[in-house]
Every structure is written in structure tokens, then in C-alpha cells.
Design a protein around this ligand. Structure first.
Ligand code: M6R
Length: 341
């Protein structure tokens, strides 16, 4: 069932070109997309990796629309009351996460219009929400979410595109090939650095901040190395004191609006002795010169680099876990579906 791959996680990572393509190009129920056109606010509620997909959506919407988007961790929704005029989108690969279900029920009880995004047909959240958008990832066996996350990001990109006419569809004409190319990325030197470390930071700005959070989550989940995702500009407000030659920093520095600020953040990190794994656009000489290990992404637009950098971070976590001899598909203490509060 692993289709010749050593682990389900690797198989699922390699399915991502078609998963992204099929999810982005699938049609969404028009009426539901209309509902999203004029809310006073959209609230996304989720846990773990699904929460990071919601954060990507927030940055996308901020770029191209004036609809405010907030993103809440489901387990914290107990302490907040949703606004009745808010459209609430709950995101859950399994559709069975207890905290997400509780938050969804609360939103319904407050009279909010609710939408579920899930990968599992007929799962619990689909029976509670007013409507459902399905991701097209297919069954995901590995505990670590990979293709289901890419599918969530795809559906959020699709929603943003429909709401704001961002033109993503044009930018994605060659996305299948670009994701395939990213699967060939060489990471040996980065894996050596990571597998010898006890602590890692993942940093990014803007759209690449949630990417860094997801990269850190994937790394800690399957390698058991302590990894923190941080907004690059926040490092100087505390974490700088942790930086030293044994604390590699994975820096997402792509060809977008945050590149120059990221380059100066990388200089600050280097000045404190931490080795930098720089992930960015192919041909970025400044990044290559500053980085101890430079990982170029296939040539593409900023929005496609969100996807390709996620793929590279998944591969980095997977290969580091394999090098350390971890149980990749079933990391200790974790379950695929978290049905307790
Ligand atoms: O099924 P869900 O998307 O609701 O699960 C939420 C989290 O438990 C999940 O995303 C978790 O963080 C991932 N397994 C991490 O890879």
C-alpha cells in the first residue's frame, strides 16, 4: 500500500502535485462562495496544521481584499464568543477533531453562518456545519499532515481567488510541474545540520510566517527535535539569546516583498553565530552568500513559492527523521485524529 515508498509520509508528499491541482481546479458550491463575499468578518477555526492553513488564508486575503479575517486555535475558542455576523470556517482534515467540533457548535449556537473544510466525506463537522467544501487529498495514513495541508492551502487559494479575483489561476498554469520539480530538491547538507541539533528555529515573514510555523511543527512532530516557528522580526524580542553555533535557523527568504527585510534578519542571525539554512528563489546570490546552506526553490511566482517551500520543509523533516531512525508514520504520543478535548 505504500506504492514502493519507504513510508506513507513520503508517498503522500509525492502525491502533492496532483492533490494541489485537483483541489484548486475543483469547483466549489457557488452559493457558498457568495456567502463569503460580504461578511463583516471571516473567522477561521482549526488546530495544528489546519490552523496554519487558516493563517495562510489570512495573509492571502490581506493582500487582495478588505474583508477582515481572524484565525483562532479551536481549543481557545472556549474563551471567546464569536460575532453573530461573522462567517465561521472550520478546517479539519479528519473532520473529527474534538476541539474543532466544539468551536463549530459554539459558533452555530451564536447564530454564525458556518462552513466546514475537510478531507473526509460525511465526517462529523460536515454534519454540523451549514455547508462543506471538500479537499481532494484522498486518504492520508501518516500522522503527519502533508498532502491534506497542501489541499487546504489550495482550497483557500481558490476561495481567495474567487472572492478577490487575485489571478492565481493564471499563475498556476504550470503549478503541477513546479511542485514536481520541488520534490527533487537536494537537502543533504541541511539534513546534516538539523539532525545534529537539539534546537531549531524556522523563520519567515508575511505569507512565509505560517510556512515557517508549519515547517517547525513537521520537524518537531516526526524528529523529536525541538523546533520553533517564529516571525523573523520577533527573534530580537527574546529568542536571540538562544542563538549560537548549535542552533541552526531555517530562514524562508523568497523573492517577494519581505525579501530585503529577511536578508537583514539573516545577517542579524549570523552575527549571533547561528548557522542559516536559507530557502529562497533560485539564483538569489545575496541569500546564497549569506547562507551556510542554500536551498533554491524552482523558478516561480511568490504564491507558488508558498507551496514549493512547504514541500521542501516536509522533505527536510522527513529526511531528518529517517536519518535519526524515527518511526516516521507513527510518531510517539500522537494520533492521526484527536477526538478528545
Ligand atoms: O484532522 P485535523 O486537521 O482537525 O487535525 C488537526 C491536527 O491534529 C493536525 O493538523 C496535526 O497538527 C497534524 N497531524 C500535524 O502534522
Amino acid at each position: 500500500r505504500k506504492g514502493g515508498y519507504d513510508h506513507f509520509m513520503l508517498k503522500e508528499i509525492f502525491e502533492q502535485p496532483s492533490v494541489f491541482y485537483e483541489t484548486f481546479y475543483s469547483s466549489l458550491p457557488c452559493g457558498e462562495v457568495e456567502v463569503l463575499k460580504n461578511p463583516s468578518e471571516i473567522t477561521v477555526i482549526a488546530c495544528g496544521t489546519s490552523y496554519h492553513a487558516g493563517m495562510v488564508f489570512r495573509y492571502l486575503m490581506e493582500k487582495c481584499s478588505s474583508i477582515p479575517v481572524r484565525v483562532d486555535i479551536a481549543s481557545e475558542c472556549r474563551y471567546f464568543n464569536p460575532r453573530q455576523d461573522s462567517v465561521v470556517i472550520t478546517v479539519s482534515q479528519s473532520g473529527e477533531t474534538a476541539d474543532t467540533i466544539a468551536a463549530l457548535k459554539k459558533a452555530k449556537a451564536h447564530g454564525c453562518r458556518t462552513i466546514a473544510i475537510t478531507n473526509v466525506l460525511g465526517s462529523s463537522i460536515t454534519r454540523i456545519a451549514d455547508s462543506t467544501f471538500y479537499t481532494r487529498a484522498g486518504p492520508e495514513i501518516s500522522v503527519a499532515a502533508t498532502k491534506s495541508f497542501i489541499a487546504q492551502v489550495a482550497i483557500f487559494m481558490k476561495i481567495a481567488d474567487l472572492l478577490c479575483e487575485c489571478g492565481f489561476e493564471d499563475e498556476f498554469s504550470d503549478i503541477y510541474q513546479i511542485i514536481e520539480d520541488s520534490l527533487l530538491t537536494e537537502t543533504d547538507d541541511a539534513v546534516s545540520l538539523c539532525s545534529n541539533a537539539s534546537n531549531l528555529f524556522f523563520v519567515g515573514r508575511g505569507l512565509f510566517y505560517p510556512v515557517s510555523l508549519e515547517g517547525a511543527l513537521k520537524m518537531k512532530e516526526i524528529t523529536y527535535i525541538h523546533a520553533e516557528g517564529y516571525a523573523a522580526g520577533e527573534l530580537k524580542h527574546g529568542p536571540f539569546s538562544l542563538l549560537c553555533e548549535n542552533t541552526p535557523v531555517v530562514a524562508l527568504c523568497t523573492g517577494d516583498e519581505s525579501r530585503l527585510l529577511m536578508l537583514s534578519n539573516i545577517k542579524e542571525i549570523k552575527a549571533r553565530g547561528a548557522p542559516v539554512i536559507g530557502i529562497g528563489s533560485v539564483g538569489d546570490q545575496d541569500l546564497e552568500e549569506l547562507s551556510d546552506v542554500y536551498i533554491p526553490l524552482p523558478k516561480s511566482s511568490e504564491i507558488s513559492e508558498v507551496i514549493t517551500s512547504l514541500v521542501v520543509l516536509q522533505l527536510l523533516a522527513y529526511r531528518t527523521a529517517v536519518k535519526l531512525g524515527r518511526d516516521v508514520d507513527k510518531p510517539r504520543n500522537l494520533a492521526k485524529s484527536v477526538t478528545v478535548i
